[in-house]
Design a protein around this ligand. Structure first.
Ligand code: EPS
Length: 381
């Protein structure tokens, strides 16, 4: 089974992941992974940390040259900001320097009570979305493999604040190039300007803003995931992965939020045309009964506004129990743009895991053969 663990503090020396269960004989494209890390760092509404970091991955195990051996893989990303934090993180803080005022909406208060170290700094260091850098690296390696198996994952921003971007087919490269070039990962240029202005307004007023992300997966064969047991369902597994991304509060598949529709309108009609099974629509988002149905998998992830705000709202000094004002610390104004890249890559990890469950293989060549043979055979049964 494919699995990984990651470790590392936001301002610690490095972020690390150990991945187990990846097949051997895959030639990793290092530029591909570093490009994903760069994509994650971009986006209008990012804070000053991103002009300091230049995320690049190092492999410490599991490779011979650029080829996977089947051994556990260790990936490392160094934090450039560590230099500025050595003294703070290297020693226990003096009592008067310990952080006691939690930012509402962040993990500060729950971590303070749960782990009892007496300093919210310990909580911030691990709850920070900095951790998504290493998860993006893990996912990028999986996405690199999936592309070789004919499975593509793309993302765009669906909305920021109350402004929605146009829904377009992201698998048409002309459309996707526009999204990739956009600072807010939108297709429509006018919407882009409106959203950028909205982010500026939030920044000036010491506030933050959330939004939603659209993910589309093409090429996933029918039959991945299972309905035979609750914990084998593909939509459930993907939801878990997406919900684990910092700030995500809801996940929707296909037209899942439009539950007011009648069954006859919601159901995606099946027809046999030109030697192929086709569907009239994709309201199910490519998954029926927890199993991929051969259509594109389509999901939306909804991200709340980043909790760290300059604007004053109420909080409590957890030591003295005084009612005080919110604490501020450097952060981003809008995390929706980088989250779209993180979620693309997180989905890649989960989809590869599910593919390896359906087509268990230790060797990438065996996996590719199995998946292509299956694709050829499945509709001719
Ligand atoms: C982030 C790094 C963090 C934040 C941001 C994402 O760096 P720092 O805390 O040093 O400014 O910019 O984290 C959050 C939004 C958060 O809520 O913690 C990154 O690498 O993506």
């Amino acid at each position: 089974m494919l699995r990984f663990l990651d470790a590392g503090e936001s301002h610690g020396k490095a972020l690390i992941a150990i991945i187990e269960g990846l097949p051997s004989n895959f030639n990793i494209d290092m530029n591909y992974i570093n490009k994903e890390l760069k994509r994650r760092q971009r986006g209008y509404g990012r804070g000053s940390r991103m002009s300091l970091e230049q995320d690049k991955v190092e492999f410490w195990s599991g490779l011979r040259g650029i080829k996977t051996t089947g051994n556990p893989i260790t990936m490392v990303i160094f934090n450039r900001d560590y230099e500025n934090w050595i003294d703070i993180l290297g020693n226990e803080a003096e009592e008067d320097k310990k952080i006691k005022i939690p930012r509402p909406g962040h993990g500060d208060m729950v971590g303070y009570f749960k782990y009892g170290t007496g300093d919210i700094r310990d909580v911030i260091e691990r709850t920070s979305a900095r951790e998504t850098a290493i998860r993006t690296a893990v996912g990028a390696l999986c996405k690199n493999m999936l592309e070789e198996l004919g499975i593509l994952i793309r993302s765009k921003v669906n909305s920021i604040g109350e402004f929605y971007d146009e829904a377009v087919n992201m698998f048409e490269d002309v459309n996707y190039n526009l999204i990739e070039q956009s600072e807010v990962r939108c297709y429509n240029k006018e919407t882009e300007q409106i959203i950028k202005r909205e982010i500026d307004i939030c920044k000036e007023s010491g506030n933050t803003i959330g939004g939603s992300i659209f993910i589309s997966v093409k090429g996933i064969p029918i039959g991945v995931g299972s309905y035979t047991q609750w914990d084998k369902k593909l939509d459930a597994a993907l939801s878990y992965a997406v919900m684990s991304v910092q700030g995500i509060k809801a996940v929707e598949f296909g037209n899942g939020l439009n539950c007011f529709m009648r069954g006859s309108d919601f159901n995606d009609e099946i027809a046999y045309k030109d030697g192929k099974i086709t569907r009239s629509s994709n309201n199910s988002g490519g998954i029926e009964a927890g199993v991929s149905n051969g259509e594109n998998i389509e999901l939306k992830a909804y991200m709340k506004p980043i909790p760290t705000i300059r604007k004053s709202i109420g909080s409590v000094n957890l030591k003295t129990k005084e009612n005080v004002l919110n604490r501020y610390e450097r952060s981003d104004v809008c995390g929706v743009v980088p989250a779209s890249i993180v979620i693309e890559n997180i989905c890649a990890y989960e989809i590869l895991k599910q593919i390896l469950t359906k087509f268990p293989s230790d060797d990438f060549n065996e996996l590719r053969k199995n998946i292509y043979d299956y694709r050829r055979e499945v509709y001719t049964k």
